[in-house]
Design a binder for this molecule. Structure first.
Ligand code: KIV
Length: 264
């Protein structure tokens, strides 16, 4: 597999090749993920839960993200590296620019990810203007868990669905290069994917998305509370390498997620 770039990932959407994404937080797992041909490695702020043992992503700091991004980056030979901007690190375009620069310069990220719709349009525009590739994140936004009142499916009501569509278009027009959709009903995720020219990456958002992402611990079956949309690929006597290869195959074949792992 050739080294993934923003260009090759966008091309995959055009040609219909599904994009595989897994989170990683350390060198060893990132090296295994990269060697199995996963297209994108995400240093997610989910590390607050699966690495640090917090109840949410909220305590995660910029220093944490830079540390994990830096060590994961050493393993990214072919995969594309995206790193999350943590909670409260992008409350203004200026703060976002400063922190995105740190993730890229100190953490070696190739793209930064941030949560939010219309309130983030100006920030995305400024980041894009300064040459920072941006992955937006709509649907369930874990950094807003206390505002939402739980880890709940988003976009089931017509008004909320319309808002999500408008937000996605505005983010794309502002310069977003990719969009993560978390816990979104399958029909809405399909509409968003069909409408946008940038790739959509689903997590609990159905098979129509241009790609699929899972938290590594969820797909290895070692999370304390695996969400409904996750699948344990470390079964039937597989090694970790084989489990990651099986996830990659399932994403590429469009067989993951199953209907039971989707929201309607
Ligand atoms: O933090 C994370 O791991 C994420 C994925 C769940 C998309 O944002």
């Amino acid at each position: 597999m050739a080294k993934r770039s923003i260009r090759s990932l966008k091309k995959m959407k055009q040609t219909g090749e599904k994009i595989s994404v897994l989170t990683a937080y350390d060198y060893s797992f990132a090296q295994v993920i990269d060697s199995q041909g996963i297209d994108i490695i995400l240093v997610g702020d989910s590390l607050g839960m699966v690495i640090q043992g917090h109840a949410s992503t909220i305590p995660v700091t910029m220093e944490d993200m830079i540390y994990h991004s830096k060590i994961v980056s050493r393993a990214c030979k072919n995969g594309f590296l995206i790193t999350d901007l943590p909670f409260m690190s992008y409350t203004s375009p200026e703060q976002a620019t400063e922190n995105a620069a740190r993730l890229m310069q100190e953490g070696n990220a190739q793209m930064v990810k941030l949560e939010g719709g219309s309130p983030q349009v100006e920030t995305v525009s400024q980041l894009s203007h300064h040459g920072v590739p941006v992955c937006a994140h709509l649907g369930l936004q874990p950094q807003s868990v206390h505002k939402i009142g739980g880890y709940l499916v988003q976009g089931r009501e017509e008004k909320q669905a319309k808002q999500m569509l408008d937000d996605a278009i505005a983010l794309q027009e502002a310069g977003a290069d990719m969009l993560v959709l978390e816990c979104v009903p399958v029909d809405l995720a399909k509409k968003l994917t069909d409408t946008l020219s940038i790739p959509t990456i689903g997590i609990g958002a159905g098979r129509s998305c241009d790609g699929q992402v899972l938290v590594l611990q969820d797909m290895l079956g070692i999370s304390e509370h695996a969400p409904k949309f996750a699948q344990n690929f470390l079964q039937n006597g597989r090694t970790i390498q084989q489990a990651i290869a099986a996830f990659n195959r399932a994403v590429k074949a469009g067989s993951f997620p199953s209907d039971e792992q989707c929201f309607f």
